[in-house]
Design a protein. Sequence first.
Length: 279
Amino acid sequence: MSEQFETFISQLSETNATLDYFTDFGKIKSNISNISIKLHQLNYLIGKEDLEFAIKELFDENPKVFDVLDILIAVRKNKDAKTFNREGNIVQLDSYFVTPHKIYEFIQDTGLGDVFRNKNITNLVDYVFGVEVGLDTNARKNRGGENMSKAVSLLFDKAKIFYKKEVNSSEFHEITSLGADLKRFDFVIKTKVKTYLIETNFYNGGGSKLNEVARAYSELAQKINQYPDFEFVWITDGQGWLSAKNKLEEAFSIIPSVYNLASIESFIQKITDEIVLTY
């Protein structure tokens, strides 16, 4: 293991999370707003002893109000969820929402019936807000990558580096080695010396995906770096790489420009010395 790589590994950050990483309240409020009227109408069922009759009353008034029942058990509408019914057949979850009888069966069998009768919840809008917070944690892994991009942007901005974001490889006709594959680079920075095509990511956890990422970027770098006017730059971080250290070291030996959040200052100094262009 080279001394340079040992230093890189020792610098890997435990987190790149800012406080807005944990929960996207803007998205949650938007999701609630889209269904709040139906949720308010479903509040009619709370505290009803004869739920079957109350469901029929509400269905006769507005059958579409039951379209949102899936979110009450933390299932997204677009997930195309399936379940076993009482007869042992696999059915679409939303097939329960079409008749009062099936709706009652759904509410009973999910456990929502007791929740409604016992008034364990008092307002479905507030309840679903909590459900949405829970579901939003699944999006954190995506925000980890977004946070890395944001962190790099802030460092470039602080250094007054001009850059473009989310640039398609189709803009660089000279790089024919990429073939028909359309690649979108997180950042592109042009200096008087060359154009840098930059990818950023952050990994808290390990897994086989990291091996594939290291391999893919090694191949990408070789395709780009054969052109003297271009260079691939990989800015990556996160202690997830400790579980894929060998593959990362292999990529480190192939890709000349690999940085983390601790070493990115050396890249910023390099492009500053080369004089960054504003196109």
